[in-house]
Ligand binder design. Structure first.
Ligand SMILES: Nc1nc2c(ncn2[C@@H]2O[C@H](COP(=O)(O)OP(=O)(O)OP(=O)(O)O)[C@@H](O)[C@H]2O)c(=O)[nH]1
Ligand SMILES: [Mg+2]
Length: 317
């Protein structure tokens, strides 16, 4: 299949073309970049939701349940599961596949996992490309799942219009990331495994943290309790996500948020390329090697060495 055909089939919503396109991007195949370029003007229509939270909190189960709810409204879905922590172990992803099997045969549902650093060497960048392809393929909803609450996950999740944080009762430190300000306050907080006796305690703790931050755009993140494994609370969760979307559209913050994220992404890609250029200079330049020796010997300070390296970059003046 040539790339024109692939682009046509992708834009027509063909699931196999979409799968192939994402693989190309993930493998840093130039054809993947051509596809994203061709697809880009057709993006911006999907509702993008990002779900993050600690391992085993029930993210995949929640995604499965949300997919069921969205399908009941006749909306199409693409789900992307990202695992930044373990590029080589596919255990969690295998678990995801098992939890999402009921949707595999539905032509309205596309499910994909990604653990590769991908094209540009940044997981966030690879995620964005995959999201763009899913969006261009006409999916009404794109759901991104990523494990953890650290910086890498936050970067990945930044491509979402609505960010949902899943927590579970009984794992004491789960509110810490919020408290410590590791992540921005999410748009919706879901307390899953609400069948656990400590649920009310966790909800109280979360509300306590939320009370500290002043929402500046008139949105207070709702805290929704669910039992994803039993389909309980899912309608409330989907309503909360819908309500957030309506809010950011009305306020104009959807446009602002997308603008900010796309600007960040352009700068990030430029930064990655610049770093590659610099590394190429470092690898091949005997003078640079000697200079680094001088830094190690405490004869030259790191900032002066860095300035010199930038001067030696091809095209620098
Ligand atoms: N008791 C209880 N168990 C649940 C609930 N929701 C999900 N689980 C179980 O929790 C386990 C983990 O669920 P997953 O959906 O795989 O969690 P995850 O957050 O996607 O896990 P990772 O992707 O590995 O981080 C599974 O055994 C689920 O069946 C719930 O509401 N109550
Ligand atoms: Mg999972």
């Amino acid at each position: 299949m040539n790339s024109d055909d692939l682009a046509k089939r992708l834009l027509a919503g063909d699931k196999r073309a979409l799968a192939r396109a994402i693989t190309l991007v993930e493998n840093d195949d130039p054809a993947g970049w051509d596809l994203v370029r061709a697809a880009y003007p057709h993006t911006g229509h999907a509702k993008v939701m990002g779900l993050t939270g600690p391992p085993g909190v029930g993210k995949s189960t929640l995604i499965g349940a949300i997919i069921t709810a969205l399908r009941a409204r006749d909306e199409t879905v693409a789900a992307l599961s990202i695992d930044p922590s373990s590029p080589f172990t596919h255990g969690a992803l295998l678990g995801d596949r098992i939890r999402l099997t009921e949707h595999f045969l539905d032509p309205g549902v596309f499910i994909r996992s990604m653990a590769n650093r991908g094209a540009l060497g940044g997981l966030s960048e690879a995620t964005l490309q995959a999201v763009l392809l899913m969006d261009a393929a006409g999916r009404d909803n794109v759901l991104i799942e990523t494990v953890g609450v650290g910086q890498a996950e936050v970067d990945v999740i930044d491509h979402a219009d609505t960010i949902v944080l899943a927590l579970m009762p009984g794992s004491g430190d789960s509110v810490q990331a919020l408290k410590a300000g590791v992540m921005e306050i999410p748009d919706v907080i879901v307390v899953n495994k609400a069948d656990h006796p400590m649920t009310d305690t966790l909800v109280r703790e979360i509300r306590g943290v939320l009370a500290l931050g002043m929402p500046d755009d008139g949105w207070t993140p709702p805290v929704v309790c669910t039992q994803a494994a039993h389909g309980i609370g899912i309608d409330e969760l989907v309503s909360a996500i819908d309500a957030h979307r309506a809010h950011i559209i009305e306020r104009g913050t959807l446009e602002q948020r997308r603008r900010r994220n796309l600007e960040n992404e352009v700068l990030e890609i430029a930064t990655i390329n610049l770093r590659r250029e610099i590394e190429a200079v470092l690898a091949g330049d005997e003078h640079v090697r000697e200079m680094l020796d001088q830094v190690v010997a405490r004869k030259l300070d790191p900032a002066s060495a860095a300035r010199e390296i930038l001067r030696r970059r091809p095209g620098a003046h």
